[in-house]
Design a protein around this ligand. Structure first.
Ligand code: MTE
Ligand code: MO
Length: 444
C-alpha cells in the first residue's frame, strides 16, 4: 500500500511515517556491493569440440527450403516457444472461464512491453466480439453537447501513443495469509504493459464541453458484463485515454476491441473494455448503481471506499520459481532482473536484498523509465552456490516505498483481496531451486 493515499484512513498513516530515508537503505550495503561487477569475462572458458554435431553437421532446416513468405501472413511464435502462454487456475477464477482471468507469463517477458497474445485477460462476462462498423460511443449527461461517436469520428482527433501497465488490483491476492503459489505467473501475472494508441479523453471532453458541475464519469462496456465503473472527472481530464490500438495494431478482442477506456496507473477494473457509454454526473451513483465497488477493508473493520491507484510494487522475475538457477555453476555470472511499477508515478529506485532484508544494494534501472509504466531493473552478480533470500523493494517519485509484509498487514490486516504490494522474497537454495517464501519483516 502507499499508506499515504489521500483517500486513506488514519491507520494507514503509520506506514508513511515509517517511510525510510534513502540514507538508511545503504548504511549496510557493504556485503553485496562487491557483487556489482561489470559484464566482462562472462563465460568460463569453453573448449572447442571438433566433434560437436551442432557445429559440424548441417542442420535439417538448412538442407531444404524453408516456408514460403506467404505462410502465416499474420505471424505466430516459434513452436519451440509453446510454453510461453497465458495460464489460468481454478483457484483464481470466479466460477467459470467466462468470469475469470488468464495470467501473463511475466517471467518470460523481455523489456517493458507485453506481446499482444500474452496480455493478461480479466473478463466478467466473456470476451465480446464487437463489429467495429456497429460500434458507437455515447457521451452524455453533464456535457454541453451530447454526442454519439463512431470509431472514425474518434480517429479524427489527434492521437497519442503511450506506454502504461494495467494491473488488476487483485494481483497478488493469494498471498495475504502466506505463500500459496510457488509460481510467479500465478502470483503476479494479473498485469501486463503495452504501448497504447488513442485519443486523450481530455481532448474529446474539451471539444464537446463538460458542464461546470460534472464531477463523476460513468464508463460502461457493451459486453455481457458491461463493467460499469465511476471515475472522478479529475482523472478523466488528466491522463485518461480512449484507446483503439495496442503495440502498433488494433486492440485484441480480449483487450476490448475496438475501444477501451484507459486510466493509467489506476485499478485494472476501471479500464472498461468494449466501451459504449460515458455518462457525466454532478453526484456519485448510489445503491444498486454504486459502481466503484472495490473497497479496501482494514484491520479496524472499516473500509476505504475509494481506492484508485495501484501502489508502488516490484518483483524479481529472474530468478523465480519457474526460472531457477539450477543450471548455474559456482562462480557463474548472472543477471538478476525484475519489474517495478507504481500507479502513482515513476519508479526512482529499486533495492535488492540477498539476505532477507538485512542488507540492501541498489539495482540499475534498465531501458525506458516512464510514469505508470513497468520499469525493468537489473543487478549483475556471481552465483556462489550459497542459499539466498532474494527480495526487491521499489520506490517511486511520490516518495512511496514498497512495504514489508509486516508493515502492510499491520495497516490493513489480511482480510483484503486488493492492493497487495508487500515485498516478495524468493528463497534460492544452494542447488539453485527457487521458492516463494514470506519474510514478514525487513530491516531498513
Ligand atoms: N467491459 C468490461 N471491461 C472490463 C472488464 C470486463 O469484464 N468487462 N474487466 C475489468 C477488469 S476486472 C480488469 S482487471 C481489466 C483487465 O484488462 P485486460 O483483460 O485487458 O487485461 O479490464 C477491466 N475492464
Ligand atoms: Mo480486475
Amino acid at each position: 500500500m502507499t499508506k499515504s493515499s489521500k483517500n486513506s484512513e488514519k491507520s494507514l498513516e503509520t506506514i508513511s511515517e515509517k517511510k525510510l530515508s534513502r540514507r538508511d537503505f545503504f548504511r549496510k550495503t557493504a556485503v553485496y556491493s562487491a557483487g556489482a561487477i561489470a559484464a566482462a569475462n562472462v563465460l568460463s572458458p569453453v573448449k572447442l569440440r571438433a566433434d560437436d554435431p551442432a557445429i559440424i553437421e548441417e542442420a535439417q532446416w538448412g538442407t531444404k527450403l524453408g516456408d514460403m513468405v506467404t505462410k502465416n501472413l499474420y505471424g505466430i511464435p516459434s513452436p519451440y516457444e509453446h510454453n510461453v502462454i497465458r495460464r489460468t487456475t481454478d483457484l483464481l477464477s470466479s466460477g467459470d472461464a467466462y468470469a475469470s482471468v488468464s495470467m501473463c507469463p511475466i517471467h518470460e517477458l523481455q523489456g517493458i512491453v507485453t506481446p499482444n497474445g500474452l496480455f493478461f485477460t480479466r473478463n466478467h462476462g466473456g470476451t465480446a466480439h464487437v463489429d467495429p462498423h456497429e460500434f458507437r460511443l455515447m457521451i452524455h449527461g453533464k456535457v454541453k453537447k451530447e454526442v454519439v461517436l463512431t470509431l472514425d469520428d474518434l480517429k479524427k482527433y489527434p492521437s497519442e501513443s503511450r506506454i502504461y501497465f494495467i494491473e488488476c488490483p487483485a494481483n497478488g491476492s493469494t498471498g495475504w495469509r502466506g505463500p500459496q503459489f510457488n509460481n510467479l505467473q500465478f502470483m503476479k501475472g494479473m498485469m501486463s504493459s503495452a504501448e497504447w494508441t488513442g485519443v486523450m479523453l481530455k481532448t474529446v471532453l474539451e471539444d464537446i464541453g463538460l458542464e461546470d458541475d460534472a464531477v463523476w464519469m460513468l464508463a460502461v462496456g457493451s459486453d455481457n458484463a458491461g463493467n460499469p465503473r465511476t471515475i472522478p472527472v479529475e482523472k478523466a481530464m488528466d491522463d485518461a485515454m480512449l484507446v483503439w490500438a495496442q503495440n502498433g495494431e488494433a486492440l485484441r478482442p480480449e483487450q476490448g476491441y475496438p475501444l477501451r477506456l484507459l486510466v493509467p496507473g489506476w485499478e485494472g477494473n476501471l479500464n472498461t473494455k468494449w466501451l459504449k457509454r460515458l455518462e457525466f454526473s454532478d453526484k456519485p451513483w448510489h445503491a444498486k448503481e454504486e459502481t466503484s465497488k472495490y473497497t479496501m477493508l482494514q484491520k479496524s473493520g472499516k473500509a476505504i471506499r475509494y481506492f484508485w491507484a495501484n501502489e508502488v510494487n516490484s518483483v524479481i522475475t529472474s530468478p523465480c520459481p519457474e526460472k531457477p538457477w539450477t543450471h548455474l555453476k559456482k562462480g557463474d555470472m548472472i543477471e538478476i532482473e525484475g519489474l517495478a511499477w507504481s500507479g502513482h508515478g515513476t519508479i526512482t529506485n529499486v533495492d535488492i536484498s540477498f539476505d532477507g532484508g538485512d542488507n540492501w544494494v541498489e539495482a540499475n534501472l534498465k531501458g525506458l523509465v516512464l510514469p505508470k509504466s513497468w520499469t525493468r531493473f537489473s543487478y549483475i552478480t556471481r552465483w556462489e552456490g550459497k542459499p539466498l533470500l532474494l527480495s526487491s523493494r521499489a520506490i517511486d517519485d511520490t516518495g512511496n516505498v514498497q512495504p514489508t509484509i509486516d508493515q502492510e498487514t499491520s495497516a490493513v490486516g489480511v482480510e483484503s483481496i486488493y492492493h497487495r504490494n508487500a515485498i516478495v522474497t524468493w528463497e534460492v537454495k544452494s542447488n539453485g531451486e527457487v521458492n516463494n517464501v514470506h519474510i514478514r519483516k525487513h530491516n531498513a
